[in-house]
Ligand binder design. Sequence first.
Ligand code: C2E
Ligand code: MG
Ligand code: MG
Length: 757
Amino acid sequence: MARKALSVTAWIFAIAAVGLGAAHAVIADGFYSVPAISCLVIAVFGVITGIAAHKAPLPVTVITVLTASTLFAARIFEDKGSTHHSLTAESLFLASQLLLVLGLVFIIRQRLTGQAGNVLADGLIVGIGAWLIVWVYLVQPSLGITGNSASFTTIRSMTLAVSMIVLFLLVTLLFSETVPSPANAFLGVAIALTLAEVILRAVVSRGDVSFSLATLDAPLLIAVALAGAGFAHPTIRHVSASGSHTVMPALMTRLLTTTSSLVAPIIILAIDKPANNQDTTVRTITVCILTAVVMSRVVQSVRLNANTQEQLVRSALTDSLTGLPNRVLMLQHIETAMRSSWKTHLQPTVLFIDVDRFKNINDSLGHSVGDDVLTEVSRRLTSAVPSHATVARIAGDEFVVLDATTQTVTQSVLLAEEVLDSLRSPINTRDGDMFVTASIGVAYAPTAVELSANELMRHADTAMYRAKNAGRNCIALFDDSMLESVTKRLDVETALYRALERNELHLVHQPIVDIDLGIVVGFEALMRWDRGQSQVVSPDEFIPIAEETGIIVPLGSWAINDALTQLRSWIDAEHCSPSTTMSVNVSVRQLHDPQFVTVVSEALASSGIPAEQLWLEVTESVMITEPTQALASLHRLNALGVRIAIDDFGTGYSSLSLLQRFPIQCIKIDRAFVNDVVTEPATQNIVRTIVAMATAMGADIVAEGVENIEQLDQLTSLECHRAQGYLFSRPVHVDDVPRVVKFIEDPTHWREITGRN
Ligand code: C2E
Ligand code: MG
Ligand code: MG
């Protein structure tokens, strides 16, 4: 609030300063007048406010006060009229200019960091240009004026020369201006006005223009009061602060000012002939200095431009962390290598190296440790490969090595092995030692086949993925079959994104049968993707992709909704008993979705199916990968009343201890066991054990993939009472479900199917 009030006061002072100065010019007939005294009061008041309220920087304050006092003293001496006094007055004017130089140099030194060179050069050009004009029109003519003593003339020329330095410094500051502030502006205008004062005085003393003394004093008074206004403004505090907020000076203004300070002297020199030898000498020296400054400025400018350009090119082509070439530059290298190997027996090798599980390092240990690892990996790679090979970092944890001199596949693979070896010893990071491995894809440019650099790099990338899938920390060599599978996969991936909205997905249902009672007790919903033109994609093909890309989340939600709605309509139409269950397969990925439990409970609510009739089938992998998160979702689902079944049981690697922690109400014995249960006594033992375990856990048992009566009988003797499989029915379209249920439950057919009564 006080700050605001003071800033308003400062502006009032500034406006008053101009008004008072003008008033003085009009009404006063000497130096002393009411407006003049008021200006002085404003100045004193402003400076006191500045010191007391804003902690104005001491050097700036001292210089301002001294300059203003010197100027006033000069004016008072001048008023006395005698030759002696006017000499003192002139010396005081000189002193005031010297003080200003001191103050401005102080501020400039604080402010200009980094761009000092060219800003100073620009300021110098303006200063010298102005000096030339001042020399031609003020100093040189006044030299001849009779009545002025030699020492007076010398002091005056010095004053003018120094005031040109002030101008130069002021312009320099203007060019280096940070965000403009009122205090800066007021003080700047005040200095400009004192300059005007000095110049005006020199003009008047030439004798060809005349002003009243009061008019001559106006700039001085305004300047002093404006300085007061500057001090009264809160921004005075930062007047000498170096610009952390530096904005580039308006380039156009700077260019215009410097060019006009160059052009003006040239025009003057062309139209105004030198008066005498001394004039010629001063002009020549000034022009020589000006030329030298301009030349150095041009050189500076060109060098700066070249540097910037080089820096830009370098940063566009190299990686900032490791200093290695980036993707763009690497592609250029590969291109060159391939072009020069064309029609030779060289087969340039490209290695695509991906650091295994780098994301884990980054996520768990932080990015700075990640950076350490990457830097060390880049160092190891560089020292592992021959000196003529190129190493690049093309993305986060992906590196590419190019060896243009390999001739055989063996050499390519050896190179990759060397790289893999180089990573074996532990890496030293700020968080201690750690082991990293990498997966490496190897591709080489075959002779006589034309490939682009991009294609070769992609081949290596594809091979790298193969290495990852093969279990990481290994090498895979590219071959054409990889390309096919990649293209196919990419095709599936893109189409899968649209499958849901295009209604290309549907569910088929396979009955789950109670063997003892001969009735259908539930269904398993299985997803099918109809891509048109009777191209039906099997879930084994698209579910893994949907899981990897995350599309499984919306697909899975849709499946639960659709399956429950369907079951509702069958129960309502009395195609099946009201207690029939619906089993839906669920991926781990879905359990990690925070919305999943809500989706399930909404599906139950909207279909009106009791939660106990929904079975969610999860595979054992749920227990192995991030069990805590999945466990939480399963517990919440269980709390809703939903039941959980372990699908394909026996094929995963879950341990008994894990099994015990999971809320499981049913175990589905995998088809692989059912397949062998008749012929393999070992399998019979396994099934017996699974059944015993399930019974101990209080869980149901369902046998999957029952295809013949022998299997059924064996399972029955092993105390397994529920089954699903081709023996009863394949998964069928929804429209066929009522017919299939009727068929299975019909005693005649049941006898046919099972050989039992
Ligand atoms: P699953 O859950 O174990 O499903 C049983 C698979 O065995 C089904 O294959 C089914 O058609 C097949 N099958 C059933 N009875 C027999 C039989 O007697 N003999 C033989 N040879 N096979 C039989 P399908 O439909 O191809 O599904 C494969 C897998 O895809 C499923 O295995 C399941 O893990 C997954 N899946 C299917 N639908 C979905 C879904 O909506 N969501 C999720 N996340 N996964 C699904
Ligand atoms: Mg299943
Ligand atoms: Mg299964």
